[in-house]
Design a protein. Structure first.
Length: 311
């Protein structure tokens, strides 16, 4: 009873301070649960001003973070961002979610929770792929004019040492590495690896893809891990997690067969679908074939394959 009473007294003190100092304190307590406990204080909750969809451009980037899933859902509705309704890049709001809301698992039904998660990360996935596509365009130009310096500059960005590659293989190697990952495959892996954005690693470390690190200062230690030296790598933002995942797929030797299947020449625009490429992602999890089946099921069941045509 003492703990409850002391907690109640603390809340009363905070309410008194809020009333005394005014609405500006709403910015501070909006990060606590006081506004949720005492509904009459909702007038202090900061409002989010959103551009009308027709005014969106690269200059109007919306950067957002909230501890409340409902706040995120309201904003997604305001900017008309639903992954099921995006048919082209022109339909996609310039939206950047920094972190996932801590109470995402409380959203019901599950289909609604999945929609929030997939819609939120879609712009980040597209942006990361567009950046890779820009690198690929530069690479193809460098190959065309045989500009070794530009090739080397791009290679270093992907942690590749050209001096260790035979000269005759440089162009082929770089073309396999510097390429986008189908949107549907990225989205499906993010969903599976993060428990649709509700895992401890996703919420505490923005880790969407369960990437490992052997530097514990850079990760979160899993419970009952078979390797006590390993930790799940943590990131400052969700975007950092997605970029690191794409670098991992594009460079790690475990995914060389995936890159071989994805390979295309500079004059080829068509990319293999995420549904098909998932067949070469068995090395990502110890369950291998079952993991592949899960990815393909997630892609089909949630109509993620329709997103591959965005890029």
């Amino acid at each position: 009873m003492k703990k409850k009473n002391s907690s109640f007294r603390l809340d009363l003190i905070l309410i008194f301070v809020v009333i005394l100092l005014g609405p500006a304190t709403g910015l501070l307590i909006s990060k606590t649960n006081i506004l949720d406990k005492y509904k009459f204080l909702n007038f202090l909750r900061p409002e989010v001003n959103v551009f009308e969809k027709g005014y969106f451009s690269k200059k109007h980037e919306i950067v957002f973070s909230s501890t409340k899933a409902l706040d995120l859902e309201v904003l997604l509705n305001q900017i008309k961002l639903s992954y099921l309704e995006i048919n082209s890049l022109e339909d996609l709001a310039n939206f950047r979610l920094l972190t996932l809301p801590k109470d995402l698992s409380s959203i019901e039904p599950v289909s609604r929770r999945k929609n929030i998660f997939l819609s939120s990360i879609l712009p980040l996935v597209v942006e990361a792929n567009l950046n890779i596509l820009e690198d690929r365009k530069k690479l193809c130009k460098a190959i065309k004019v045989n500009n070794y310096q530009l090739k080397d500059e791009i290679a270093k960005k992907y942690f590749i040492d050209l001096s260790k590659i035979e000269e005759i293989s440089i162009d082929t190697t770089l073309k396999r590495i510097v390429d986008i990952v189908p949107v549907s495959l990225v989205m499906a892996q993010a969903a599976v690896e993060s428990g649709w954005g509700t895992s401890r690693f996703a919420l505490e470390g923005n880790a969407l893809f369960g990437q490992w690190t052997w530097d514990k200062s850079k990760g979160i230690e899993p419970q009952n891990a078979s390797d006590t030296k390993a930790a799940v790598r943590k990131f400052e933002t969700l975007n950092d997690s997605i970029v690191a995942y794409m670098i991992n797929l594009n460079t790690h030797k475990a995914y060389s067969s995936m890159r071989s299947k994805r390979k295309r020449d500079c004059d080829q625009n068509n990319l293999i679908s995420g549904y098909e490429l998932a067949n070469w992602m068995g090395n990502y999890a110890i369950t291998r074939d079952e993991y592949i089946k899960t990815l393909r099921l997630v892609i089909k069941k949630n109509k993620l394959d329709l997103l591959d045509s965005l890029i």
